[in-house]
Every structure is written in structure tokens, then in C-alpha cells.
Design a protein around this ligand. Structure first.
Ligand SMILES: *Cc1c(COP(=O)(O)O)cnc(C)c1O
Length: 434
């Protein structure tokens, strides 16, 4: 299968090229040339299949032409070494818990898949060269990428993060790993880290010396595998939703997660409609109101992984719907919540149902409460574990919450990081010598 760029000015790419490059040369995002429909029979018996079996069927539709069956199966099964259960919160509302992976957030699925697929391509190359992944993080992306790539042969990961600006819980998830993960503590902001990564990709000397790539969330190998759990969610609620319409609500920032769900719908997944839940960064909500897309600088909120002012995957949605605004509105609606509303939702849901949300999932839950019709069953994506937002959540509910064992393990590890100034010359010097 070939991949085209949303800007349509770059040559078609193979899967390997799209994964290694990330972004097309015309700065567009890669899209698969075809989206295959899955057969009726698959949906008829889907509830009898395991998560891994379902995911492999979906992965085969995307990647089956480019990766041998045995290898693809191995990649899928290794990636999904944890469950994503759909848990009933109250009548007609289910939480798809995507936080049972190594770093307790949904980004684990895409990061683990991408690492393994990249590892597969490296293995196939004749003159194997070490691949260097550069990733700038304000917290969560670094941990998902670092853990996803941990121990994958032929790959070395450099995580750049702003010194003193990442929570201790987040920091320990990528600084205690060792092996092929190198944490670089930059004396600057997240934007400085991102600028260093961008400059490195543009630098001729560095590119001559090293094979450099990014593990950005726009990468097709991180983005498409997120479709897996939408199918599994359907399998889990199919019986409860029989005779009703299924609505899926996705707390959205860069809109990669929801776009993967829209791909699922295009493949035949019986989801009637999607809801994109925003925080105060309501660019998409406003777009659906007015038909105009007006990106603007993001503001900080409690649901900080959704603090995005110019969602990078918006162009993929436009492309998927051929720029047809009405078609987009038929499939997707939006909701937006302020910090006060998010806090009130976490508190009320916990009090009334005993189910503890975190700020991102709270937007999703609330959007279902506000929009679900009588004939509908709703699933919202709970994108992280509440303990990842420990202080916020404990403050809202006025109780201490338990930190999962996995997170405690990270906190016990020894921090290993290399301090760097924010100047490119120093970063370049460092990379030239490693
Ligand atoms: C990244 C993230 C999101 C937003 O997902 P997008 O694919 O960027 O829309 C939501 N919640 C959490 C916890 C995240 O880490």
C-alpha cells in the first residue's frame, strides 16, 4: 500500500518510507491510499474474538500488503500485552480504559506498535544502521515513546525534556529506564526542546553521521494502530448496545485518536457518530459551529494533554471527508468544558457512581451525559489513569488515591539524565560525539 501526503505535493511513499520520515517532504501528513472495508462476517462474530485477534484483522487491512503475516501478527501481539476493558460506569455509558499499558496512557498502543514496526524494517535492511529517534516532550509523549522503544534492537532514543518543568511522576517514566533510552534534560522550555529536535533534522552534518527519525504522533505507525481498540470496544458492548445506536466520545487534543476511530467507521465499524470532547482549547468545537478553522495559541487547562491550539490531525479529517463540511458534521459533533466543569464532573461522577475519572476522560464522560439520546449507548475513551494527574484528582475529590504498582516501580528507579544547555551548538556537539 502506498501513502500520499495530505498536501499532495510530495511523491507517494511506501509504508517504510512513511514510518521512517514521519512527515512528508511537502510538510503534509501521510494517508493510506485505500481504506479497506472489513467483511460483514467479522462484525457478526467479533464478540467471540480476543483483542489481539481483532487487532490483527484490522492491522492486516492496513499493513498486510507490506509486512509478512507472521511478523505483523508478532508485532500486534507484542504491542497489545495489556487489556483495554470497556467498563460500565452507569446505564448506557461505558469507559474504554486505555490506561493499562506500561505508562498508563493510550499513547502506549501507538508507541509500542511504531517501535516494533520500525524494528522490523531495520532488521530487514542489509546494512543495518542504528536508528536514532529524537523526541521532545512536555511529559506524556516522552514516557510512552521511551517505554515503547525500550530494548528494541537497532534503535536508540533521545528524549529531550525541559528541566524542572515535568512532574516527578512523568520524569521518572523516561529517566529511569537506561538501556537504549537517553534522557536529555534541557535548560529551557518545551518549545526549546522542540526547536532543538527540528534543527537536528535539518542539520546536514548530523544527518550525514546518523540516521535520525522522529516518533511524533503524526507518524502513521503511531496513528493507525489506535483504530484497534475501537473495534474491541464494539466487541465488548455489542450485546448491551443491541438494537441501539453506538456513540463514541473521544477526549481530543491533536485529534489523532479520534481520526483513527473515523478510519474504523470507514472500514465498517458500526459507530453511528463520534463526539470530540475539547477543553477550553475549543478550536474544533468552534469549527463545527462556524465552518471556519481558526487555530490560536493554546491555554493551559487541567486536561493538559488536550491543550492544543492547532490540532495537527485536523488535515487528516478534512482529507478523509474530501473537505465536505456537512459530511464531517454528520459523523462528528463536539463539546467543550472549562476547568470548573471538568472538576465538577470528576467530583460528581465519583460521588454518584464510584468511578474515578481523570480530567481528559471527564470531558468525554460529560459530553456523553450531555448529548446521548434515548436510543443510544455511549463509550468514552478514558485516555489515562487518574494517578497520572495525582494532585489534581486528589484535590478535586478530597481523598488520597492509590498509585498503581507500575507507576510506583518507575518512582523507585534511579534517575539518569544528561544536562544540556538549550543552544543547538551544544546539542549538535553532543550528538556528533555519541
Ligand atoms: C495525547 C492525549 C490526549 C489527546 O489525544 P489526541 O490524539 O492528541 O487527540 C488525550 N488524553 C490524554 C491523556 C493524552 O495523553
Amino acid at each position: 500500500m502506498k501513502y500520499y501526503s495530505t498536501n499532495k505535493q510530495a511523491p507517494l511513499a511506501t509504508l517504510e518510507e512513511a514510518v521512517v520520515k514521519g512527515l512528508a517532504s511537502d510538510k503534509g501528513l501521510y494517508m493510506p491510499e485505500r481504506i479497506k472495508s472489513l467483511p460483514r462476517a467479522f462484525f457478526d462474530t467479533i464478540e467471540n474474538l480476543s483483542f489481539q485477534e481483532i487487532a490483527y484483522t484490522v492491522a492486516d487491512a492496513f499493513f498486510g500488503e507490506d509486512v509478512e503475516a507472521d511478523n505483523l501478527k508478532q508485532i500486534v501481539y507484542d504491542t497489545l500485552s495489556f487489556d483495554t476493558p470497556a467498563v460500565k460506569v452507569k446505564e448506557n455509558i461505558y469507559s474504554l480504559e486505555l490506561f493499562h499499558g506500561p505508562t498508563l496512557a493510550f499513547k502506549d498502543v501507538g508507541a509500542r506498535f511504531m517501535a516494533r514496526l520500525l524494528g522490523y524494517f531495520i532488521e530487514k535492511e542489509k546494512n543495518k544502521q542504528l536508528v536514532n529517534v529524537l523526541v521532545a516532550t512536555s511529559g506524556d509523549t516522552g514516557s510512552a515513546v521511551a517505554n515503547g522503544f525500550l530494548g528494541v534492537e537497532g534503535i536508540r532514543v533521545f528524549v529531550l525534556y525541559p528541566k524542572g518543568k515535568v512532574s516527578p511522576i512523568q520524569e521518572c517514566q523516561f529517566t529511569t529506564l537506561g538501556k537504549n533510552i537517553i534522557a536529555l534534560e534541557v535548560d529551557g522550555t518545551f518549545d526549546d526542546c522542540q526547536a532543538l529536535v527540528k534543527a537536528a533534522f535539518m542539520d546536514a552534518d548530523l544527518n550525514a553521521k546518523h540516521l535520525l527519525t522522529s516518533a511524533n504522533s503524526i507518524n502513521v505507525a503511531r496513528f493507525l494502530p489506535q483504530a484497534f481498540y475501537y473495534f474491541y470496544a464494539y466487541a465488548q458492548v455489542k450485546k448491551a448496545a443491541a438494537g441501539k445506536d453506538l456513540v463514541v466520545c473521544v477526549p481530543s487534543g491533536n485529534f489523532g485518536n479520534i481520526t483513527a476511530g473515523l478510519f474504523g467507521k470507514r472500514m465498517g465499524l458500526p459507530v453511528t457518530r463520534f463526539i470530540a470532547a475539547n477543553n477550553s482549547n475549543d478550536i474544533f468545537f468552534q469549527y463545527l459551529q462556524s465552518g471556519e478553522y481558526n487555530p490560536r495559541p493554546s491555554v493551559a487547562t487541567l486536561a493538559n494533554a488536550m491543550d492544543v491550539g492547532d490540532p495537527s490531525n485536523f488535515v487528516r479529517i478534512l482529507d478523509l471527508y474530501n473537505n465536505d463540511f456537512n459530511a464531517i458534521k454528520r459523523d462528528i459533533s463536539a463539546a467543550r468544558y472549562s476547568d470548573e466543569e471538568i472538576a465538577a464532573t470528576v467530583k460528581r461522577c465519583y460521588r454518584d457512581t464510584g468511578y474515578l475519572l481523570e480530567p481528559h476522560g471527564a470531558c468525554g464522560y460529560q459530553a456523553l451525559e450531555d448529548n446521548l439520546q434515548a436510543n443510544e449507548v455511549g463509550v468514552f475513551l478514558e485516555t489515562a489513569h487518574p494517578a497520572k494527574f495525582l494532585e489534581t484528582v486528589e484535590h478535586i475529590i478530597g481523598e488520597k488515591i492509590e498509585i498503581p504498582g507500575k507507576l510506583q516501580e518507575f518512582m523507585k528507579g534511579t534517575k539518569q539524565s544528561i544536562e544540556l544547555p538549550k543552544d543547538f551548538a551544544d546539542f549538535k556537539d553532543f550528538l556528533m560525539k555519541v
